[in-house]
Ligand binder design. Sequence first.
Ligand code: GDP
Length: 372
Amino acid sequence: NQSEEKLVEYMDELEFLALTAGATIDKRFVQKLTQADSKTFIGSGKAQEIKEYVKEHGIGTVIFDDELSPSQLKNLEREMEVKILDRTNLILDIFAQRAQTSYARTQVELAQYQYLLPRLTRMWTHLERQKGGIGMRGPGETEIETDRRIIRDRISLLKEKLKTIDKQMATQRQNRGKMVRVALVGYTNVGKSTLMNAISKSDVFAENKLFATLDTTVRKVVIGNLPFLLTDTVGFIRKLPTQLVESFKSTLDEVREADLLIHVVDISHESFEDHINSVNQTLMEINAHQKPMIMVFNKIDAFAYEKKDEDDLTPETRKNISLDEWMKTWMSKSQYPTVFISALNKENFPEMKKLIYDEVLKIHTARFPYND
Ligand code: GDP
């Protein structure tokens, strides 16, 4: 069943995120609801079931795959008596761990405070409970207000700081002159950094975890005497917290200001089509969807499929479609130049380089029509 498969994939991804954040996973719970419960997100029976499990097994944290509203979070923590994380909080935590430059750290801090602000009440009641406060003698409204004000001030300060850095970065981008700019885009963990390293012979941090890349890296690359700038960008992900979309504006500026996009796809991943859609969605949101683009399907070395039996009449599933067959599907009709590679083994690199060369040359020629 299609939706069951999707569900498993979403949970796999959430588990991968949680592992990246440093958690160990004990158990998964799913519930099918036509609509999320406005008070507790999940139904009360399910909440009870999880609560009992958590108690019995001494679980420290329950993670939800969606963003919970401030009140849902509060209600769930009160009901299940355990620390609750939602998808947004989890992703913010990973970004916080991995931010390397002061720019990235500032962006993450801003996103975290924006996430925190509407959830402050919860924090305080908790703190109060830890201190042994009883029932309604929770924190005084004034305390919450003071704290809100401090956070609001901090938010404006961080925004100012980012504005200054944004300006510096814009100037830097301008100073790069008229060289053609190419940006690697793609879902997280598809191999962008690996490809960047392979093409530019540089040493960008690549790791089999989500969001190894937080900061953009720019490298000058030359293919067949044609120089251009190549940028590695932050990985896109399904349901990226809105706070992050906003605060990573400048990272995405690299994409917005690029002349050419190289959209990297992990074809060995079962949901690669979903990934493509979610990247395209983000490109649309930042108004970068009409740029020239090259589709690079990566990890062909890891592409696995179960061969069909000659007289097997069961319907085709994703698993028994071979790479060759895939290439004849919508891929062959793609409006974009397309290439299938392995960044790891440098397979089909000459073809890929040729495609990049051709596209860069087109842009270059349009920009400098009188040079030959
Ligand atoms: P990014 O998040 O898109 O920058 O992805 P990375 O470059 O960090 O790569 C994520 C993981 O995929 C790493 O473990 C890489 O070694 C692995 N990877 C990258 N390219 C390939 C490939 O062509 N084949 C295989 N099998 N693995 C790859």
